[in-house]
Design a protein around this ligand. Sequence first.
Ligand code: ZN
Length: 276
Amino acid sequence: MSQQIFVYIFFFTFSSTVFAQALPRHNPVPGGIAVVDLKTNSEKPPEVQFLKRRVMVVKGKNGNWHAVVGIPLTLKKGQRSITVKSATTTKQSFKIKHKKYEFRHIRIPNERMVSPSKKDLERHFKEKPLMVKALKTWTEQDEVPMSFIKPVQGRFSSQFGLRRKYNEQERIRNHTGLDIAAPNGTPIIAPAKGKVIRTGDYFFTGGTVFLDHGQGLITMYCHLSKTDVKAGDILKQGEKIGEVGSTGRVSGPHLHWVVTLNNTKVEPKLFLQEKL
Ligand SMILES: [Zn+2]
């Protein structure tokens, strides 16, 4: 049999099944991702949960199903398990390693953004449920695009996970996104194919866009000066979303980029293919 015929038959036989696809980097730390081989290539993917949240399941290179688990920044190192439901329900464990995130003191020139008025907070509490709902979106989809390109050309100005404190406040919060500094008006593009599920203007995040890439992989773009898309738009990788700005709580123009898996904010760099 010639090689071409063999390849043709192979493709014809398996084209209806799900092919292996790019996975994010396995980095099982708080705020990272655990890629767990479920050791099965059953026709239907098993249904997986972590901390009672549905988890993405896709085919890996070896033909087995893999769970792609977002690990909350608040979890400590140690053994954890996912619940795997197929014909039977089992548990599969994985290890979370320690990671220490650095501390950073942030100066926000607009004090109102650090100590909001009662009215500002009322606005924030109206907006928050809409944002929470967007990040909880689950879309059934066999293939999920996970080979991202950088959404903005610029330098990483504040890393994901940093323990940060604003102005004179005592409270320390983890930075749950990755900041890319760029001048006002710099184009922001879709890092991968996705559907716009919400756009808005919010007190803390300013001009904001949410993209759904399937199976709980949601990305969020904040502080935009201009938004070029609307809910329902389907974007190809590289298509323009909007422009960098300094709306919301910022110390200068930048993109605050958030990536979530199983409604958990994770390190966006784990989806970028280029060595960073
Ligand atoms: Zn940020």
